[in-house]
Design a binder for this molecule. Structure first.
Ligand SMILES: O=P(O)(O)OC[C@H]1O[C@H](OP(=O)(O)OP(=O)(O)O)[C@H](O)[C@@H]1O
Ligand SMILES: Nc1ncnc2[nH]cnc12
Length: 179
C-alpha cells in the first residue's frame, strides 16, 4: 500500500490561473478517481473524529458544498455519524441560518438548516482545502448558532501561504497535507 503522503502527492495537481489569473487551483479530482487512495484519505480524515482509543467521538459530520460533500459523506459513514450539508445560499429548503465571507477568489454565503443538529451535538467539519479560512470560520459560526458543539475541523490540504490557520486561532484544525 502507498503511504498517505504518496497518495496525496499523486492525487492533487496544480492548475495555474484558475478560476482567475494569479490563483493556483489545487485540483483533487485525480485523487477522487483513485479508489484505494480515496479510501486512505477518508480513513485519515475520519481519525480526526475519534477519541484517544480510536473510537468515534462525534454525532454529526458537516460537509461544506461542494467539494467538502465528497469527503464528508464517507467520513460520516466511517464514523457512524450523521451527515449535515452546509450549502451555498438558496439551496436548502427549510428554515436556515446564513453567514457570508470572502474567498481567495470572490465572496460567498453559506447556510445550514436551523434544525440540523440536536442540542449539544458534537460536530466534525470536513472540507477539501483551507485557504483564507473564511469558509470554515463561517461554518463554525453556523454550527454554534444552532446550539451544537464544534469537536474539530479537518481538511485534506492546507495552503500555508494564506492566513487560514491564523484566522482560526484557538480552533482545532487538522490537515492531511500542508503546502
Ligand atoms: O479557506 P477559504 O479561503 O474560505 O477557501 C476554501 C474553500 O474554497 C473552496 O470552495 P469554493 O467556495 O471554491 O466551492 P466549491 O467547493 O463549490 O468549488 C474550497 O472547497 C473551500 O471550501
Ligand atoms: N487555491 C485553491 N485551490 C483549490 N481550492 C481553493 N479554495 C480556495 N483556494 C483554493
Amino acid at each position: 500500500m502507498r503511504s498517505l503522503e504518496q497518495v496525496l502527492a499523486d492525487g492533487i495537481r496544480d492548475i495555474p490561473d484558475y478560476p482567475q489569473e494569479g490563483v493556483v487551483f489545487k485540483d483533487i479530482t485525480p485523487l477522487l478517481a483513485d479508489h484505494t487512495g480515496f479510501g486512505q484519505v477518508v480513513e485519515a480524515l475520519a481519525a480526526f473524529g475519534t477519541d484517544d482509543d480510536g473510537n468515534p467521538a462525534v454525532d454529526k459530520v458537516v460537509g461544506i458544498e461542494a467539494r467538502g460533500f465528497i469527503l464528508a459523506a464517507p467520513v460520516a459513514l466511517a464514523l457512524g455519524a450523521g451527515f449535515v450539508p452546509v450549502r451555498k445560499k438558496g439551496k436548502l429548503p427549510s428554515a436556515t441560518y446564513e453567514e457570508s465571507y470572502a474567498l481567495e477568489y470572490g465572496e460567498a454565503t453559506i447556510e445550514v438548516h436551523q434544525d440540523a443538529f440536536a442540542p449539544g451535538d458534537r460536530v466534525l467539519v470536513i472540507d477539501d482545502v483551507l485557504a483564507t479560512g473564511g469558509t470554515v470560520e463561517a461554518c463554525l459560526r453556523l454550527i454554534r448558532r444552532c446550539g451544537a458543539e464544534v469537536a474539530g475541523t479537518a481538511v485534506l490540504l492546507e495552503l500555508s501561504f494564506l492566513p487560514g490557520r491564523k484566522r482560526l486561532d484557538g480552533e482545532q484544525v487538522g490537515a492531511l497535507l500542508t503546502v
